[in-house]
Design a protein around this ligand. Sequence first.
Ligand code: HEC
Ligand code: HEC
Ligand code: HEC
Ligand code: HEC
Length: 155
Amino acid sequence: MKRQILWIAIFLAVVAVSSSAFAGDHEYVGAAKCKMCHKVQYASWEGTKHAKATETAKAGTDREWSADCAKCHATNASEDLAGVQCEACHGAGADFKKMSIMKDRESAVSNGLVIPTQATCDGCHTGEDHATKKVMADELGNKEAIHDFKNPPGE
Ligand code: HEC
Ligand code: HEC
Ligand code: HEC
Ligand code: HEC
């Protein structure tokens, strides 16, 4: 009986450790790392307002720049990752950017890849103050916001 309890305890500890590794604590690598395999998306993303969101906020005259602005006007709330980069919408890439993982959607997702949903946008487009709400489905063709697609969603 005692031995059984011990095994259950070990099992639970293993589950706890492995599930915390999947809880979203992946590292950010920056958009340049995605560029080599996703040239189409990168080239058009560069021209979006998202890509320039840090400079725009700093240049604005209505509000003064502070570290707090970076949580929506940069990636991972860090000016080192200026602009709303790939990983702000697709998740931190260190663990999914390898070809062997990327080419299998399921394993990419279990290594941190995010296929954006409305909730992804809502994280920054909160509807409060100047952070206007945006409906993702209405913006997929908006080149000021989302990049060109190689395999367009829904096709
Ligand atoms: C070594 C090449 C490589 C790198 C680096 C890479 N990817 Fe990919 N990615 C692929 C391949 C291959 C696919 C699957 C086929 C396709 O969509 O072209 C893919 C698919 C995707 C998809 C579509 C998933 C789906 O099923 O809808 C997204 C989103 C994505 N990658 C984002 C990123 C981001 C963000 C980065 C940088 C952090 C990145 N990728 C880095 C090769 C790469
Ligand atoms: C909760 C997220 C969030 C925070 C925090 C935030 N912004 Fe914004 N900001 C947005 C969004 C979303 C837009 C785009 C709104 C649109 O185009 O409808 C935007 C747009 C802007 C613009 C361009 C359009 C305009 O309204 O003038 C400037 C400039 C700006 N923000 C500056 C700042 C500064 C400076 C800070 C910090 C004091 C800040 N923002 C904090 C989300 C945020
Ligand atoms: C990390 C925060 C963040 C995320 C996530 C985010 N946005 Fe934004 N978005 C911004 C900021 C900041 C701006 C303002 C950029 C500027 O004006 O320089 C903006 C601007 C926009 C604009 C205005 C561009 C134009 O047409 O003038 C649209 C539309 C938009 N976002 C849609 C979306 C959608 C749809 C999603 C989800 C797929 C999304 N955003 C995800 C922060 C974010
Ligand atoms: C503002 C949010 C946002 C940013 C920033 C963003 N994406 Fe996307 N991306 C999307 C949305 C939305 C889709 C469509 C999701 C769906 O419905 O399948 C998408 C789809 C994709 C796809 C799959 C469709 C295709 O083109 O084959 C790839 C690959 C991709 N993105 C790569 C990137 C890369 C690389 C970057 C940075 C250079 C980037 N994305 C930046 C929102 C974003």
